[in-house]
Design a protein around this ligand. Structure first.
Ligand SMILES: Nc1ncnc2c1ncn2[C@@H]1O[C@H](COP(=O)(O)OP(=O)(O)OP(=O)(O)O)[C@@H](O)[C@H]1O
Ligand SMILES: [Mg+2]
Length: 314
């Protein structure tokens, strides 16, 4: 049967990948619909880039079934590659070319005709505010500027699906926002995006659905709000102390609230997730006071996506 936009754009089933003895992906399954932004999050080494490499036909799976546009990645790599954009986590640039020339070359590689190429480059330079670096050589750019060029040049060609592996690393807050908003506009006109990030606010701002991967397995899959509702039942207690958090303070907090998850929050802060937050907080204050540990500030808040993430990958 012919593939249509109501079928999944990306379909991954029981995907496994081994590097020698090391299992990087351990039975990953998920679907991504057309016209959506799918966020893939997980700690370092979880398997995000490995997944992207397989989905973009750069790496063969060990087993499982991966379809992009209904096409098998093992059999139809060139047909898939023509219709996708990929920004890998690995930096890449042409050291001796100016930003504009490098974009020219990139457009040429994609076989884009001259007038269209010029038009697209101008649009990218304008949209991402790159006028000032237009005539600067790549190896004279800052790290963030290089990343900006590497990410933005991808928009030179037409595509149905874009893979972005931590595109915003090194970008300043305004460049970051411009990129996220540009992606949003593209998605409105039909683009599908597979996006990885370690920045939760970004994931929340951009993604329709999120998967959290840990040690090669997907441990959660939902909308950002759904994840918070499902896994964020606990409230977060934040306590700022006058002194630095020592091992003995952590131990004390763990004894007071054995069922809570306790993490350091900066040098002087503690973050405690607790179902029974009022009671836990009272006990903590009592015990800290007895021990002469001075509290500067306390607060209780509902969980952020970051808290959900930290709880899940613990
Ligand atoms: N070429 C390789 N050879 C051997 N092991 C590899 C290779 N590439 C990745 N791995 C291993 O596979 C696992 C998953 O790596 P991957 O790069 O997919 O993680 P990631 O989720 O992208 O992490 P990060 O957030 O740090 O980018 C890691 O344990 C890593 O050490
Ligand atoms: Mg990675």
């Amino acid at each position: 049967m012919a593939h249509s936009r109501s079928d999944p754009c990306i379909s991954v089933f029981h995907l496994r990948k081994k590097y020698g003895n090391k299992t990087a992906l351990d039975g990953v399954s998920f679907d991504v619909k057309y016209g959506k932004v799918f966020g893939f999050m997980g700690p370092n080494g979880a398997g995000k880039s490995t997944t992207i490499k397989i989905l973009t036909t750069l790496l063969l799976p060990s087993s499982g079934n991966v379809k992009i546009f209904g096409l098998d990645v093992n059999k139809s790599s060139s047909a898939i590659r023509k219709r996708i954009g990929v920004v890998s986590q690995q930096p890449s640039s042409e050291a001796n070319l100016t930003v504009e020339r490098a974009m020219e070359l990139y457009g040429l590689m994609w076989g884009i005709e001259r007038t269209k190429r010029k038009e697209k480059i101008n649009e990218i330079i304008e949209s991402f505010d790159l006028q000032e670096i237009r005539n600067i050589k790549n190896d004279e750019l800052s790290i963030g500027q290089k990343r900006q060029v590497q990410v933005t040049r991808e928009f030179i060609h037409e595509m149905d699906l874009l893979f972005l592996d931590e595109p915003t690393v090194g970008l300043d807050p305004s460049a970051r926002r411009v990129l996220l908003d540009y992606i949003k506009t593209q998605v409105k006109s039909g683009l599908t995006v597979f996006f990885t990030t370690h920045v939760m606010e970004e994931a929340e701002y951009l993604c329709d659905e999120l998967a959290i991967i840990n040690r090669g397995k997907i441990i959660a899959f939902d909308t950002p709000l759904g994840l918070k509702k499902k896994y964020g039942k606990e409230n977060i207690i934040q306590i700022q102390l006058k002194e630095k958090i020592s091992e003995s303070i952590l131990e004390l907090a763990a004894n007071i609230s054995p069922n809570s998850q306790i993490i350091k929050d900066g040098e002087n802060g503690l973050k405690i997730s607790s179902i029974d937050s009022q009671n836990t907080l009272t006990k903590l204050i009592e015990n800290f006071t007895i021990k002469g540990i001075k509290i500067i500030n306390v607060s209780i808040s509902s969980p952020s996506l970051e808290d959900v993430f930290l709880t899940m990958v613990k």
